[in-house]
Design a protein around this ligand. Structure first.
Ligand SMILES: [Zn+2]
Length: 180
């Protein structure tokens, strides 16, 4: 499967400052939903720190490029929200085509779908929030990096929360029970 990209541009229009109009910063946003790498090479799978039937490991990232004016004002912001890594591992204790293999794969792909939904949602909300914050109180390039790393942490925490919810709903025992 090839990478799935989405692209959109946000403009905040023009602001008035001291009677003089200046162009407010704009943001272009790129979303990379990533490619899945499948791992099927060991009967023992460790997920986090626990043994598991399968595991999905995702890395979520926000990259940024900025355009500044000569006097240090933010003109343009390019944000890329990505699933930089998606690894789906399934224990070889479950032969391909078996009920357990299918059940574990389905569960792991739900983790992938949840992570992609988090990235999409953040890509929609965060650029608007950053531009709104900038308009309330302009910040420097360094502060922008800090703001973005805060959102990156929030995005990862949200993915962890969604993962934990899914694992609570679909506990290991339940997955296995469906195949007895
Ligand atoms: Zn899980």
């Amino acid at each position: 499967m090839s990478g799935r990209f989405l692209f959109f541009v946000l403009f905040v229009g023009f602001a008035l400052c001291g009677g003089k109009a200046f162009a407010a910063p704009s943001a272009s946003v790129l979303v990379n939903l990533g490619n899945i790498k499948y791992v099927y090479e060991s009967p023992t799978v460790v997920c986090g720190s626990s043994p598991a039937e399968g595991c999905t490991r995702t890395t979520l990232a926000i990259a940024h490029e900025v355009r500044m004016t000569s006097d240090g004002r933010l003109m343009g912001l390019k944000l890329t929200f990505s699933l930089a890594k998606i690894e789906v591992e399934i224990s070889t204790a479950h032969p391909k085509g078996s009920c357990m293999f299918d059940a574990v794969l389905k569960h792991e792909l739900t983790h992938v779908a949840l992570a992609r939904a988090v990235v999409r949602r953040y890509a929609k909300e965060v650029p608007k929030e950053i531009l709104a914050r900038y308009q309330r109180r302009p910040f420097s390039y360094n502060d922008l990096s800090k703001v973005i790393s805060v959102y990156q942490k929030k995005m990862n925490d949200e993915r962890n929360r969604q993962d934990a919810l899914l694992d609570k709903e679909e506990a290991r025992e339940q997955l296995m029970k469906g195949c007895l």
